[in-house]
Design a protein. Sequence first.
Length: 332
Amino acid sequence: MQTVVSGIRPTGKLHLGNYFGAVKNFLMMQENYNSYFFIADIHSLTTHPTPEDLHGSVRQVLAEYLAMGLDPEKCALFIQSDVPEITELYTYMNMNAYLGELERSASFKDKIRTQKNNVNAGLLTYPVLMAVDILIHKADFVPVGKDQEQHLEMTRQFGNRFNRMYDVEFFPEPQAFSFTGELVKVPGLTGQGKMSKSGGAGDAVFFDEDDDVTRKKIMRAKTDAGPQEPNSPHSEEIANLFDLMRLVCEESVVQQYVDAYADCSIRYGDMKKQLAEDMLTLIAPIRERIREVKADDAYLAKAAKIGAEKARESASRTMREVREIIGFKKFY
Ligand code: ADP
Ligand code: TRP
């Protein structure tokens, strides 16, 4: 069976964009691949979280992925810092990663601009750690968005360089996982591109928030002055609302509003009410489950433990060979 690896940055609550853009794909992959999904808590240290914030975000994300259907029996859902083999391989791989190539990474250049006061070495070597996450399980595929393609290219570069240096065929070349069909891009509610937690107040609908909060956000979503004549094209704001409807409403319901727009009888208030109720039908049971899981220390512990065991088994197998290839030989 082929192997996939994907890292999840623990940065707060999950929204509809994360669900349709990432989690749903994971749910599909855990059925068909040898899947490793991990919470990248070591990566997140570059932003210097407090111990409470770090643990709180890891817990939130772990609970949310479990509640959304990731199954510890079907995949390896683990926390990066539970696998010390990762930091070991990171040390070795850093010896063959060069300053020039690391400085050229788009994400590093971006950080130099946006956080001038915290340009730490961990940011510079972020691509090395990410490569290790992937190579340590000898992944065939990595489901990543466009913004991560350069990191994946660097991963292949580091793996190939290791292979050449020691004249082995050890690390396979991981490829971006391409989903059949269109990649989903979930629009935000403020009418400015994709839904994002950093998209400003009211942009994202989170799973772990109360019904009324969700309803209010949707009722305040940006619209326009309404269709001025029959069959006029949809403005960006309205197209976004229809895109959201297509994710959660029945097709016939969406069509009814498309027709109402075309003949100018549409009332945006009704459309938003419909959208809010259908969205809550999807969200409510998942939210209840998130809250149950978050309060269930025993279940969280069990899930994290199973995940760590699976990940360490694979990682330690790789590391035994890596140490030998490099030439670390035991005298005892
Ligand atoms: P955010 O943009 O809120 O910071 P992240 O960058 O943490 O979200 O995204 C985590 C995962 O969710 C990534 O795989 C990303 O591609 C996916 N994702 C985030 N927002 C969306 C969206 N609006 N539509 C589709 N996928 C999304
Ligand atoms: N860099 C990824 C992001 O910002 C997260 C990540 C870390 C990752 N390690 C990974 C993704 C390994 C895929 C594979 O979203």
